[in-house]
Design a protein around this ligand. Structure first.
Ligand SMILES: [Fe+2]
Length: 184
């Protein structure tokens, strides 16, 4: 008997970034700095949880079952997003680049989601084709998600942990002086 796959691993993982998209739209629209920061913290929390669920459970399960390059690309995209998440969590809307960082993060995530959900070649399509036990993975993902939600409640996020970036030193140069917008 065919069952509807509403709680399999892929359905669960797919459901999350779409929420993120909605939150991004709200964060980009609001002029209230406190609300913006709260929304961005919520986005960062959701994305952090999503990345952890994939990196701890889904990507290891698909490793060896899907093309290596597509999995590696996903890790690198996650790590790129973590840099922006870290920047956002350590600043506030008064930072002149805050809105730009929110926008670039939203674009990066949109790209990442599009890649993962690509028909036939995307990581999700490859997982289905490989015949992974998606219900079992989905169960593990839901359990771990509950743990992480409790752990990160109220924006209590640890510094992001990279998987593919090896932490080369970067030197902070002279900050760009964007000037303040004066209204006359
Ligand atoms: Fe992902």
């Amino acid at each position: 008997m065919a069952t509807r796959k509403t709680d399999d691993a892929i359905a669960l993982l797919k459901a999350e970034p779409s929420q993120g998209e909605d939150l991004f739209a709200k964060a980009q629209k609001t002029r209230d700095a406190a609300r913006k920061q709260a929304l961005v913290t919520q986005i960062c929390t959701e994305l952090t949880i999503h990345a952890l669920l994939e990196e701890e459970i889904f990507y290891p399960a698909i490793t060896g079952q899907a093309e290596d390059d597509i999995i590696q690309e996903a890790y690198v995209e996650h790590d790129g997003a973590k840099v922006l998440i870290s920047e956002l969590l350590n600043s506030d809307p008064s930072n002149e680049f805050y809105d730009a960082k929110v926008k670039v993060l939203s674009e990066d995530i949109k790209h990442h989601v599009k890649e993962e959900e690509k028909p036939r070649v995307g990581i999700f399509a490859q997982a289905r084709a490989a015949g992974l036990d998606l219900q079992e993975l989905g169960g593990r993902i839901m359990t771990r998600k509950q743990e992480l939600l409790t752990q990160f409640e109220g924006g209590n996020l640890p510094p992001p942990e990279t998987r593919s970036f090896t932490g080369h030193k970067m030197r902070q140069g002279k900050p760009v002086d964007g000037g303040t917008q004066e209204t006359k």
